[in-house]
Write a protein that binds this ligand. Structure first.
Ligand SMILES: C[S@@+](CC[C@H](N)C(=O)[O-])C[C@H]1O[C@@H](n2cnc3c(N)ncnc32)[C@H](O)[C@@H]1O
Length: 236
């Protein structure tokens, strides 16, 4: 099945001519970091491609690439998407699981409705979030995906610890809701303790690996931990 296009349409320039865009700080009161961010967005081929193909985010390409390689998503599955906004991963999942499947997502930020996705604005750190997700699922999930990233502070160690704390919460949740054979994928940052998340998953999944998709910026410490073949709830 080809899901290269998101289906939402989107204009964008055709033809693939790549002209490097420079953002002038003379216009408006941009800080240096927002100027760099804007320049990076304007020159990022994945951003342009996402716009052309109708994906809500360039992040959609990360999931497409990982799914192409590891065949995670299948028609009829129930998938949970943590940190779903603006909705790229949910779009990819909804497209593949189809009308027999379900995609349930949450985020601190609201998203525009996506066909086939049940979404609620929630903080995953609140106890009500896993409760709502479990209630809405009404059974087991085939996959739990987390692309959650707390706002960065610029302090690498602090940012790393924040993301690992979110990943650990997501692991705990996945252990409770996954059906045997299910998969878990979560964003982590390279920085020391991402190995601990991986080690803790090894007990419950047959295969656990780190994945760095091409669409993940080369200079970024972003990394994904992918666990497949959930063994089922363990004995306490
Ligand atoms: C990289 S973005 C996700 C992109 C998304 N996968 C996509 O394809 O469009 C990370 C998201 O995590 C969300 N997030 C961060 N902390 C969260 C939390 N505690 N609860 C829920 N969402 C959270 C952010 O609001 C942000 O929208």
């Amino acid at each position: 099945m080809s899901v290269a296009k998101g289906g939402g349409g989107g204009g964008g320039r055709e033809g693939g001519r790549s002209l490097k865009v420079k953002v002038s700080s003379k216009h408006g009161r941009r800080t240096q970091s927002s100027k760099l961010w804007l320049e990076r967005q304007l020159n990022d081929p994945y951003v342009a491609q996402a716009k052309r193909d109708g994906w809500r985010s360039r992040a959609a390409f990360k999931l497409l690439e990982i799914d192409e390689r590891y065949k995670l998503l299948k028609p009829g599955q129930k998938i949970v998407d943590l940190g779903a906004a603006p909705g790229g991963w949910s779009q990819v999942a909804a497209k593949i699981v189809g009308s027999r499947g379900r995609v349930i997502g949450i985020d601190l930020l609201d998203i525009e409705t996506i066909a086939g996705v049940e979404f609620k604005v929630m903080d995953f750190n609140d106890a009500s979030a896993p409760e709502w997700l479990k209630e809405t699922l009404g059974g087991k999930a085939d996959g739990v995906m987390s692309d959650m990233a707390a706002n960065t502070t610029g302090h690498r160690k602090t940012d790393h610890l924040k993301i690992i704390a979110l990943a650990e919460l997501a692991v705990e949740f996945a252990r409770e809701v996954l059906a045997p054979g299910g998969f878990f994928i979560s964003k982590v940052f390279q920085g020391g303790s991402e190995g601990e998340v991986l080690a803790s998953l090894k007990r419950d999944f047959t295969t656990v690996r780190h994945v760095k998709p091409k669409a993940s910026r080369a200079g970024s410490p972003e990394l994904y931990v992918l666990a497949t073949g959930f063994r089922g709830p363990g004995e306490e």
